[in-house]
Unconditional design. Structure first.
Length: 216
């Protein structure tokens, strides 16, 4: 009986030792997991910082296109046709590569000025706009023909000057930067003559926020 009791005590002591060893091992595993989690978090933070630095570099170095509409000129006799003139500039130290562009200039009654589809069906590629624009190049002079019925041309021009009709322009330029990323520049303006100064006016943004000189 005494031997059995000693054997049971020894077995219990052995089980306690095994349990303590398991607890110690569990603590070590827990510490290793904690260290691993911190290492993973540090690596993720470092990767995010690297990505952010890359994006900052690309944002600084990539090309951006802007469109500046020139004052509207409507002489009594156009030479050879009425146009809306504008300049396309590239900002940034690298080139822009044009992938698609469309533009239209038009004359319509003021009642339809906010029509989202105005002139959309008659948009054409921008005249004189090249397929690639190098960095630091001077502004490129471009134009769009005013779409007028030649037989009633002077009527429409007089209506614009009388502020009963309006002249407008809309378009977009899609392009890629040297990092092969796609961007778009949209523009949509309406010419408003001054009520106090003859033949003087200014271009005013028109249309949805996506169309009014949006750059991306």
């Amino acid at each position: 009986m005494f031997r059995q009791w000693n054997a049971m005590r020894e077995q219990a002591g052995l089980m306690d030792a095994q349990l303590k060893a398991m607890k110690d091992s569990g603590k070590q595993v827990g510490r290793q997991i904690e260290i691993l989690e911190k290492s993973v978090a540090a690596a993720e933070k470092s990767a995010d910082a690297a990505k952010e630095n890359i994006e900052l570099y690309i944002s600084k170095e990539r090309a951006r296109l802007r469109v500046d509409i020139k004052p509207l000129v409507l002489p009594p006799k156009p030479d050879p046709a009425y146009t809306v003139d504008f300049a396309v500039s590239v900002c940034g130290p690298t080139a822009a590569f044009i992938t698609e562009n469309l533009c239209v200039a038009y004359v319509f009654p003021w009642a339809v000025v906010d029509n989202p589809e105005l002139g959309e069906a008659i948009m054409l590629p921008i005249h004189t706009l090249p397929m690639a624009i190098s960095a630091n190049s001077p502004p490129l002079d471009c134009y769009a023909f005013l779409t007028l019925n030649s037989r009633e041309e002077q009527f429409f021009i007089s209506e614009v000057k009388a502020r009963r009709f309006f002249a407008g322009i809309r378009g977009f330029i899609k392009y890629k930067d040297v990092f092969d990323r796609e961007h778009e520049t949209h523009f949509r303006y309406v010419w408003k003559y001054s009520e106090h100064v003859e033949d003087y006016g200014e271009w005013v943004k028109n249309g949805s926020p996506e169309e009014t000189a949006r750059h991306s």
